[in-house]
Every structure is written in C-alpha cells, then in structure tokens.
Write a protein that binds this ligand. Structure first.
Ligand SMILES: Nc1nc(=O)c2c([nH]1)NC[C@@H]1CN(c3ccc(C(=O)N[C@@H](CCC(=O)O)C(=O)O)cc3)CN21
Ligand SMILES: CC(C)C(=O)C(=O)O
Length: 397
C-alpha cells in the first residue's frame, strides 16, 4: 500500500539514479492518441520532467519508494533496484506499471541488462538467427541454448532471467520436458522457461509448474512454427483466431503459466487477453500497448541488425552505424600509420638503456649480412628465441 510521506528533492534525485520505473497506464490503450512507428527517432532514456507525488514507506517486498507523475499525467511506481522476482512483476502488473523485457545472448549483453532498469531478461532462441546465423530458430539445440544462457547468467544478476526452450525439447513426455527444463535451470542458470504453444502443450506447462519451474507461455506468432504458419505472419486477426488466442491465454494461465508472451497480434486482442488473465501478466511484441509489458530483441532495439526488420521494431540506438564507422576509422588509421601513435604511454619499452644500446650495436654489426657472428658480450647462454627456450634447439644462422 502507498503511504505518502514528504516528497523531497533528494528523493527525486535518488529516484532518477537508483530506482526502477515504469509507466502507469491511466487511460485505456485504445484512447491513447500517438502511434509508434518503426522509423521513430532515437528515444532518450532521460525523463527529467518527472515529479514525485509521494514517497512511500516501504512495506515488505518489493520496496516501493515513490509514486511519480510524468509530465503527461501518467503515473508509475519506483522502487529500489534489487533482485527482480515474480513478486515484483506481479506488483508491477497490479500497479499498471509496464514491465520491460529485453533479450540478451552472452556475457556483455547480460552485464548491460544487469546495469539497466530492465526487469526481465530473455535468452531468446532468436539467438539462433541473431547470433549464430541460422536461418530459423528451429535449428538451435538445447546444448547451444544452455551455453548462451550460462554466459548471460554470469553477467545478469538483478533482472528476472527467462530462457526459451528450443524447438523439439518440450514435445515428448512431460518428464522429458522437465528433464530438459532442469538442464536450463541447473546448468544455464535460468529462473523460468518459455514455451511456444497453447492447449496442446498445457500438460507440459502444468508438469513444469508443479515441479517448481515457472513457465512463460508464448502465443500468437510462434517463430518455431513459421514454416507451418507460412512465414512470420501476424496472428489472431480474424474473429475466430482472436477468440481462440484469448481462450488459449486462459488455458495457459490455468495450467500455471506465470506470464504469456503475445507476438504479432492486433492491439485489441492483446488488450483483451491481458484484461481476462487474473494472475498471469502479458508481455507483448508487436501486440500494441495494452499488455503488461513489452519485449524486443537486443539487436533490433539497439539498431544492430541488418536487413528487414519486423514492423513493430523501434531502434532506440544505432549501434550498427557506430560499429561500421568504428571499423572504418580503425582500418584507416592502420593504413595511415596513425595507429598506434608514437607515445611511450601505449608501447612497451626495452628494459634498460644497456639493453637498448647492446641491441643497437648488434644491429649495426650485423647490418651487412654478417649474421654469423655469435660473439655476444652478454647473455651468451640465454636462449635467443622462444623456440630455443622451449625446445633447447639451437637456432640456425
Ligand atoms: N532479429 C529478430 N527479431 C525478432 O523479433 C525475432 C527474430 N529475430 N527471430 C525470431 C522471431 C521471428 N520474428 C519475426 C520475424 C519477422 C517478422 C516480420 O518480418 N513480419 C512482417 C510481416 C510478415 C511478412 O510480411 O513476411 C512485418 O511486416 O512485421 C516478424 C517477427 C520475431 N523474432
Ligand atoms: C522475440 C522474443 C519474444 C523471442 O521469443 C525470442 O527472442 O526468441
């Protein structure tokens, strides 16, 4: 419960620096006017106009420390950046504070998510296409997913960590599914697993849930079924398929799913599913603003991917341009010998003036091809090459 106390400048500054935040929806999604576009300009993370309405004495977990009103009238809750748990996520749903989820694929992307205010990190099987160059997510193996999940988990301690169960690893018996999920949790370090599908996999969701592994369900466009769907096509656009999507979401919740990812469905359908679910929160991708949270692929969101992007993608940065420009500048500097610069601070020096002197003299003596000379005044018994030191062989010459 919110218990208002004094809203101070100090708190406001702290809130900006240390706390997680999301936007509290105040109007229904369909009432909101502006539309996101794929070509929208880079969006700044800094929202400096926020006003703290009231700070709250934290009660239990999560520690809500402030209720903030944004310039436009929206509200969101703020709390200390501590380990995100399902309790945090359910609280965010309750306070209508949007949940941010982002994919990560390795240690550095995991670290970056950890240092951010992202609540959920997904080791998505999109890594098959994004990181490994496969043409489909159906190519990736359980071992490959575990390999990447481990790396993400090493860097990402604070957000809630979810991993995709790859194609074919949750279609045998529920016991086999559990065995595979356990590997993702035990070896990979995941806290929850995500499965694409509806009622046909509900018994797997139930089995995992009863065994203590939280499950995210994934409905709408299911990339592992792209061949069957005839491509990466939007779903639930007709009356019957829209109705079915809402029903499937409810079935997944009944089976124990803690969350439902809704991909490439009309906003009103995603909003309907969100409103009907009592416990599970929804995370949308190409599903409008009516879901409890949003997810995007790392490389899409940061402008690091090449080729055509799904229409729901917004680039919040342009990494690829930075990468391309950086590589071009490096090659240019090498060609022009401006890298490395002639500076003692970025080079290794000879260990003494004497060594430098002896070396210069030796170079002078052997200048005209007199390399046969073997009379050195110092270090005569030292190996003269790495090869020699390792093998005891005498270098020829
Ligand atoms: N980089 C990346 N981003 C993703 O969001 C993503 C992946 N990879 N790989 C796994 C799945 C595949 N996803 C996709 C892929 C393509 C479209 C897409 O291009 N959709 C078209 C409509 C379909 C068509 O015309 O073929 C669109 O206009 O959005 C959508 C989702 C989402 N996932
Ligand atoms: C796009 C998200 C939802 C996903 O499933 C993935 O990254 O594989």
């Amino acid at each position: 419960m919110f218990r208002p106390v004094l809203a101070s400048r100090v708190l406001r500054r702290n809130a900006a620096r240390h706390l997680v935040a999301g936007t509290r929806r105040v109007s229904s999604v369909s009432e909101q006017a502006t539309e996101d576009t794929a070509e929208a300009p880079v969006t700044s993370a800094a929202e400096t106009e926020d006003k703290v309405l009231d700070a709250t004495v934290p009660e239990g977990k999560p520690k809500i420390v402030a209720e903030v009103e944004r310039a436009g009238g929206d509200k969101y809750i703020e709390w200390e950046r501590t380990k995100i748990t399902l309790a945090h996520l359910r609280t965010m749903k309750r306070y209508r504070t949007p949940i941010s989820m982002l994919t990560a694929y390795d240690y550095p992307t995991g670290l970056a998510c950890d240092a951010s205010r992202v609540e959920i990190v997904l080791v998505g099987d999109s890594l098959a296409q994004v990181c490994l160059g496969y043409d489909s997510t159906t190519r990736i193996t359980l071992d490959e997913m575990i390999h990447h999940c481990k790396a993400v988990a090493r860097g990402c301690k604070t957000p809630f960590l979810v991993v995709d169960m790859p194609f074919g690893t949750y279609h045998g018996t529920p016991e086999e599914t559990f065995h595979n999920a356990v590997r993702l949790v035990r070896e990979g370090g995941a806290e929850a697993v995500k499965l694409e599908g509806g009622p046909e996999i509900a018994h797997h969701v139930e089995h995992l849930t009863l065994a203590g592994i939280p499950v995210f369900a994934h409905l709408g466009l299911m990339p592992q079924r792209a061949v069957q769907l005839g491509g990466y096509l939007p779903q639930a656009r007709r009356f019957h398929s829209a109705k079915r999507l809402v029903e499937h979401a409810l079935v997944m919740e009944q089976a124990g799913a803690v969350a439902v990812v809704l991909e490439a469905v009309p906003p009103e359908v995603a909003e309907a599913a969100t409103s009907r679910l009592k416990h599970a929160f929804t995370i949308g991708i190409g599903a409008g603003r009516g879901t409890d949270g949003q997810v995007l692929v790392w490389d899409d969101m940061l402008g690091n991917s090449r080729g055509r992007k799904p229409r729901f993608v917004r680039q919040f940065a342009h990494l690829r341009k930075h990468v391309d420009d950086g590589i071009a500048a490096y090659v240019n500097a090498v060609r022009r010998r401006t890298y490395p610069a002639y500076q003692t601070s970025n080079m290794y020096s000879m260990d003494s003036d004497q060594s430098r002197q002896l070396f210069a003299e030796w170079m002078e003596r052997t200048r005209r091809g007199l390399a046969t000379e073997n009379a050195t005044t110092e270090g005569e018994n030292e190996p003269s090459s790495d090869l020699e030191s390792q093998t005891g062989m005498k270098a020829r010459g």
